[in-house]
Design a protein around this ligand. Sequence first.
Ligand SMILES: O=C(O)CCC(=O)C(=O)O
Ligand SMILES: [Fe+2]
Length: 328
Amino acid sequence: MSSQTRYVERAIPRISMHDFEDRIEEITTQLIDAAENVGFFTVINHGISKEDIEAMFATSKSMFDLPDNVKATVPWNANNVGWEKNSQIRPSTGKPDSKESYQLQFGENMKDLWIKDSDLPGFQTTSLTFMHRVQEISERLMRCFARGLGFPETFFIECHGISRPNSQTTMRLLHYFSQPEESDGQEYHRAGAHADWDFLTLLFQKEGQSGLEICPGREVVTEFGIGDEWTKVEASTEAIVCNIGDLLMSWSDDRFKSTFHRVKAPCEPGDYFGDRYSIAYFNQPCKDTLIQGPLKKYPMVTGAEFTENAMKRNFAALQEKLKTVAAA
Ligand SMILES: O=C(O)CCC(=O)C(=O)O
Ligand SMILES: [Fe+2]
């Protein structure tokens, strides 16, 4: 079905966050280097133990194990919250990802969209506790990026405040369905190639459940095209994989790169075909945040406008793709 992937080795920087307050300068230098040259890096010694990450994965699995009619009581909506199944179509593939996901936020968008305690006891509390811990790590990284770009140190933390009702920061629980190892002629996409449009994504994976790949080389945030040489990112439960999103690329006037990535449709020997669980934490701006880089390369927009523009660009690229699929 799909042709063999061309792979290249690229080193993915691994950054330790131990003794953060004493090492903030050194960590900032490492982060800025990774952001400029790769767009992807992993953080270790970040303060969340492997056991706590495994516990969140267990909670996520219990939620996905609920019957579809229960999960359908908290349906996805365009505020990027709620549960969906086989419904996200990526412009790069023109086909839905073979997965289900449940997106959670801190603010008013989550009204009536939490799985009830009567369906899964403790789900909301466990998830929110974990989200606050990932937010703490995100805020340390934001302090470094603010320093690196010459903004006041707490600038990005305020722009992405999670205690504001209009917060849009999202944690996405993901479950990719297991796929047949014997080809049945179909290609089952997991997450088709895309760039994220947030500030910074923090991704948790489970050891053994590989599939994440990156394709760097993007020069400007407004372009959509991707190259065809991929690099595998190892799945480790302890390390958090971080990628720059379009928002930070724009805020840095294209100095920091938002990188195309995918979860490969398994199709070659050595690929992982089993159920795959991951957790992505997207740092999103509040709706009224004003966004513009120090060099003013792009016009100033609000957080709400930035998201809307990203969705429009995505939609236009999808229409183009569907045209070529229909013509083929
Ligand atoms: O599940 C993964 O490993 C990646 C997910 C992802 O890139 C996304 O949801 O934006
Ligand atoms: Fe992504």
